[in-house]
Design a protein around this ligand. Structure first.
Ligand SMILES: NC(=O)c1ccc[n+]([C@@H]2O[C@H](COP(=O)([O-])OP(=O)(O)OC[C@H]3O[C@@H](n4cnc5c(N)ncnc54)[C@H](OP(=O)(O)O)[C@@H]3O)[C@@H](O)[C@H]2O)c1
Length: 369
């Protein structure tokens, strides 16, 4: 072979060989270091800043997790906008929901070993029973550093295993939206087969709600602004669907669909514009899990409404590790697969936020790390 041709071939093969290595180095950082996003002050709220940082070492009771996937919740938009509780979040790692594999453990860790597949719990210090002020101060990606980082260290108590049939991306959708829907329907709502459950819109919480209600043998009545999304909801087992955009009197339509009996359970995520309507269509003994304020938080609950229906409204704030574990058992038993709308790359985290802001999603949005 001609020497110049050989030289070109050698160079080409070297480039071919080196390219994946270069990509890999960019993906996991240089030796001993990694990449992570942190929130930085911007003109309005905060922006995502990609930073290189040393891979942390776990303390005695801590676990080092190589995060493989993270997912977004509406809260993450509020945190980035500086509108979540008003706390200064500059410098924190965003996002509460992540899953990955255990890369290293501290000397006193007993719950996990290297290689285990784990997901973070939303409130790091809420293990079971009642929440307290310490609980709220331990929320990932808001009160403390979150998971949009190639590696994180967390206390071993702040992690759970997840069902075997789920991959990292699916497991990453569970910590906030799914646990919230679970807590509202089962821990607080005591959902029974045959009950009619009102679900509002087709975002993360409501689509998990839909899947749980179907699996429990109850009857989901779901609303959406989009007929296409309602068709997807029917494919997932929705009992009845209503377009709340084309039918402003969706509450009356819902009441009629229940045969005038009213709805037994509600995952209330709409807030100001939906709660007053919901209170008018409750069945006797109904339970409303008051979760979100997509249209604002200013709704009032007239004092007479609840006793007359022997009904309850519960405020829901995600849930405990015990809720997460109970939910995992249910997900495993029913072989449920979280509905992921779109997966973004780590480099494209901003686009994932923009997609959530658009409201075009159905179910969950994931970032692969
Ligand atoms: N308390 C807690 O612990 C907790 C936990 C999780 C979430 N949340 C809150 O719950 C709400 C939902 O969160 P998410 O993460 O599921 O949000 P998400 O995935 O962004 O859901 C957004 C979807 O909700 C629907 N929607 C928007 N405005 C609506 C309205 N006025 N009436 C009915 N549906 C409406 C739309 O569905 P269509 O496109 O189908 O119309 C929209 O696409 C947010 O307010 C969030 O902050 C609270």
């Amino acid at each position: 072979m001609d020497t110049s041709v050989r030289t070109v071939l050698t160079l080409l093969s070297a480039c071919f060989f080196l390219a994946p290595l270069t990509t890999l180095a960019a993906a996991v950082g240089t030796a001993g270091s990694m990449q992570q996003y942190r929130l930085e002050k911007a003109e309005q709220g905060y922006r995502l800043a990609l930073r290189e940082a040393p891979i942390p070492k776990p303390d005695a009771r801590q676990v080092l997790v190589r995060i493989r996937a993270a997912s977004l919740n509406r809260r993450d938009l509020l945190v980035r906008a500086g509108q979540y509780g008003g706390a200064d979040v500059s410098g924190i790692i965003p996002l509460s929901d992540g899953a990955g594999e255990v890369a290293d453990v501290g000397g006193e860790v007993t719950r996990f070993k290297t290689g285990d597949r784990v997901a973070a719990i939303f409130f790091q210090s809420w293990i079971s029973g009642k929440a307290d002020a310490r609980t709220v101060a331990s929320a990932l990606g808001g009160s403390i550093d979150g998971v949009l980082s190639q590696y994180v260290v967390l206390h071993e108590d702040g992690l759970v295993g997840f069902p075997e049939h789920l991959n990292f991306e699916e497991a990453a959708t569970l910590p906030c939206a799914a646990v919230t829907a679970w807590n509202g329907l089962f821990t607080r709502g005591n959902l029974q087969a045959g009950e009619i459950v009102l679900l509002e819109g087709t975002g993360g919480v409501s689509v998990f709600g839909l899947q749980f209600v179907v699996a429990a043998g109850a009857k989901p009545l779901i609303t959406s602004s989009s007929d296409t999304k309602l068709e997807r909801a029917r494919q997932l087992g929705a009992w009845q669907t209503i377009n709340y955009r084309t039918n402003a009197q969706w509450d009356k339509a819902a009441f009629e669909l229940t045969g005038g009996m009213g709805v037994d359970q509600v995952l209330e995520v709409g807030g100001e514009s939906t709660l007053p309507k919901v209170l008018g269509i409750l069945a006797f003994d109904a339970h409303v899990a008051y979760i979100g304020g997509l249209s604002g938080w200013g709704a009032q609950i007239p004092a007479g409404v609840l006793p007359l229906r022997n009904a309850q409204v519960s405020g829901i704030y995600v849930g405990s590790r015990a809720d997460f574990e109970a939910m995992n058992r249910f997900i495993a038993r029913h072989r449920l697969k979280p509905v992921i709308d779109k997966v973004f790359t780590f480099a494209d985290a901003d686009a994932a936020y923009a997609y959530m802001e658009s409201g075009n999603h159905f179910g969950k949005i994931v970032i692969r790390l």
